[in-house]
Write a protein that binds this ligand. Structure first.
Ligand code: DLL
Length: 423
């Protein structure tokens, strides 16, 4: 579809979605009424900015099923995001939603190089997390063969990759690195596997990380983006030919970029801000202007010209650290760590304010590569400390921990522990 055709479709679907949500979900009725807007006020796409945002807190408040727009007997599947604090957020899908979801995930895998008949090793976690089952259905829908390995059990992953000879793998970028490191530790060469494509997402990653993984395995790695509240994986996917950011499937989602510090401001394409999504076809959980807290930029489509791209997520609004007046994102530390061969990008940032001090302290807890001596580890830690000072301007403490020792959930590493304000 051309851009004009997509926008015409978006307007029609948006009008349907806002009146559907208003008439079926009490929370939306309340919020629209409070904001003084009615579904009829949506006459053109830009009118969407008049409608209130939806947040994770809204979903938590309506826990578990208060935001469902269909009776329970039409809900075919439930997922929930783990959430490190508080109640999980619960999402639901009708049969048609599951079909839509599988379709957009299939598009992503195809864009990433996967074709019908190929075998795909799926190492996203199965269960309440949307990654495993979401990718699974899309791979099947594309006509490829799915190997439902799920996350963890790295030894077994390696064995199946060798024995089943998959063409592609999907998992979090940091987990693919873990698999590669574990292979090398066993004396195996990841480049000798059958893997040609990787479809990686569920956590932020950089182009440095892409280069590292492509080199390590001799494959092509593409991004897949999504979030449970909006659908799950597959809201956007990257083309292996252009590798220039993920195309958002705009026939199903209307993206906006807003200023996270002034939510009344919608940003123009090309400007950075917080991604906001409105679903256009969802039945069980229509979502209006959902604030993702992910920072990105909308760019014109390339490989899929009708659909806009999103620039690689540079961080989350709640992941931006202000350390002694300097803004800092975990992605900056990742870039630096990847330039030091002895270190992995598996790290956590711990912020504290020691008693009696007015200054905050940053500790970087980082896993080294396998097989280093204590001296090599210490030297790598010193290099990291110097590089952070040079490139970011902050002094910090480096704690080089054991490989594999930082805790992961669904293959994702929590990057920031802000303990300031806690004694
Ligand atoms: O992580 C869905 C998913 C599964 C996407 C598998 C891709 C692959 P949640 O657990 O709800 O859903 O977490 C969503 O993860 O708001 C982003 O902060 C982050 N995220 C997901 N994909 C990417 C990506 C799944 N490609 C949250 N790049 C989102 C950067 C990502 N961050």
């Amino acid at each position: 579809m051309s851009r004009d055709e997509i926008e015409a479709l978006q307007l029609a679907r948006l009008q349907e979605t806002v009146s559907y949500a208003y008439s079926r979900v009490p929370l939306y009725q309340r919020k629209f009424d409070e904001a003084g807007v009615r579904p009829e006020d949506l006459k053109e796409l830009d009118d969407l900015a008049k409608f209130p945002y939806t947040t994770k807190e809204d979903l938590r408040q309506e826990y578990p099923f208060g935001m469902f727009a269909v009776p329970m007997d039409q809900v075919a599947r439930i997922h929930a995001s783990s959430g490190t604090t508080g109640r999980p957020t619960v999402v639901g899908y009708t049969k048609q939603d599951l079909d839509t979801w599988a379709t957009i995930v299939a598009r992503c895998f195809r864009a990433s190089g996967v074709r019908p008949g190929m075998k795909v090793h799926n190492a996203y976690g199965y269960g309440l997390f949307t990654g495993g089952l979401g990718a699974h259905a899309g791979i099947e829908k594309l006509g490829a063969t799915v190997i439902p390995m799920s996350g963890g059990q790295t030894e077994k992953q390696i064995q199946l990759i060798q024995d089943f000879a998959p063409d592609a793998i999907c998992c979090t970028p940091t987990y693919l690195l873990t698999i590669g490191d574990a292979m090398m530790h066993k004396g195996l060469d990841p480049r000798e596997t059958s893997l040609k494509y990787a479809v990686l997402g569920a956590e932020p990653w950089t182009n440095e990380m892409r280069a590292e993984l492509e080199e390590m395995f001799g494959l092509k790695a593409s991004d897949i983006y999504g979030l449970s509240e909006v659908m799950g994986p597959g809201v956007a996917g990257e083309s292996v030919e252009t590798q220039d950011g993920s195309h958002i499937w705009e026939d199903h989602f209307r993206p906006e970029i807003v200023d996270p510090f002034d939510l009344t401001r919608t940003m123009a394409d090309g400007e950075q801000g917080e991604l906001v999504f409105t679903s256009l076809t969802k039945q069980a959980l229509p979502i209006i202007r959902y604030r993702t807290k992910d920072l990105s930029t909308l760019l014109p489509g390339t490989a899929r010209p009708g659909h806009r791209r999103m620039a690689r997520i540079s961080g989350r609004t709640d992941d931006m650290i202000i350390l002694r007046g300097v803004n800092l994102f975990p992605s900056q530390i990742e870039e630096i760590a990847l330039r030091i061969p002895e270190l992995s990008p598996h790290f956590q940032l711990i912020l504290t304010r020691p008693e009696g001090k007015r200054m905050d302290d940053l500790t970087v807890r980082i896993e080294p590569r396998e097989g280093l001596t204590p001296e090599q580890r210490a030297a790598a830690g010193t290099t990291l400390k110097q590089q952070i000072k040079i490139h970011i301007g902050s002094s910090c403490t480096i704690d080089v921990v054991e490989p594999g020792s930082l805790e992961r959930s669904n293959g994702k590493l929590r990057r920031i522990y802000d303990l300031r304000g806690q004694a």
